[in-house]
Write a protein that binds this ligand. Structure first.
Ligand SMILES: Nc1ncnc2c1ncn2[C@@H]1O[C@H](COP(=O)(O)OP(=O)(O)OP(=O)(O)O)[C@@H](O)[C@H]1O
Ligand SMILES: [Mg+2]
Length: 234
């Protein structure tokens, strides 16, 4: 029995010797060069590092949006590399919530419908998903924007819609790639306050950021450089 099991701490992410290479034409570019990282349930992790160091590549692997070239990846005690595509999609839909720098909302449907989208994919009945979307939008202070198009609200509001959408299926893990990268100071503070509340509520958060100031609420800062974690295995 492992130490963590004795202490009652469960790891939600376990990366062992993860490598990722991209083929471009004849050549192969090695982006992740042997990542070893364990993230425990309820941790708030900041992932930092220079542009091009592989942060988004790593987040895409942890988020099951991409597969590693080599290595072992356990997510919620399942070995992801062995899961077929449809099961991987289910894990992504039910266990993970995504927040991106550029919000990635659908412009031609309302704020409310955007938050409903993941619940449509999970086949939640209409009334239930509408009520939950409303609750989530209320929780991020956007009950007055439900019928708006995402095109007619501010950047900070868009990111709060994206957070509500990320929470739609009540995921255990939130994956946020530079969630405040496009926001002004005030909106950035609002988003970070929500992230802190989610962390206090017990969710695991993995967040990429270039801003050292917003890492103060994080439990741990992981630094990537040229495809490796500085300081070695964590
Ligand atoms: N699909 C791809 N094909 C080829 N190369 C890629 C691909 N995706 C990423 N890369 C390369 O991998 C490297 C790491 O990219 P990544 O997006 O992970 O960096 P990052 O740390 O997130 O940078 P930033 O801070 O600018 O967002 C870059 O050199 C990039 O060009
Ligand atoms: Mg990136």
């Amino acid at each position: 029995m492992r130490n963590e099991e004795v202490c009652g701490i469960t790891s939600v992410v376990e990366l062992v010797d993860i490598e990722k290479a991209y083929k471009t034409g004849e050549s192969e570019v090695s982006v992740l060069k042997g990542i070893n990282l364990t993230i425990d349930e309820g941790e708030f992790i900041a992932l930092m590092g220079p542009s091009g160091s592989g942060k988004s590549t790593l987040m895409n692997i942890v988020g099951c949006l991409d597969r590693p070239t080599k290595g072992k990846f356990m997510l919620l005690s399942k070995e992801v590399s062995k899961l077929p595509d449809d099961e991987l999609a289910k894990v992504r839909r039910e266990e993970l919530g995504f927040i991106f720098q550029t919000f990635n909302l659908i412009g031609r449907i309302s704020v409310l419908k955007n938050v409903e989208v993941p619940m449509v994919l999970s086949e939640i009945p209409r009334e239930r998903r509408r009520a939950r979307a409303l609750d989530l939008l209320r929780s991020v202070g956007l009950e007055h924007r439900v019928d708006f198009s995402p095109q007619n609200i501010s950047g900070g509001e868009r990111q709060r819609v994206a957070i509500a959408r990320a929470l739609a299926n009540d995921p255990k893990i939130i994956i946020a790639d530079e969630p405040t990268g496009n926001l002004d100071l005030k909106s950035s503070d609002e988003v970070m306050n929500i992230m802190k509340e989610l962390h206090d509520g017990g969710r695991t958060i993995i967040m990429v950021t270039h801003n050292p100031e917003i890492t103060e609420n994080c439990d741990r800062v992981i630094r990537l450089r040229d495809g490796l974690i500085l300081g070695g295995a964590s």
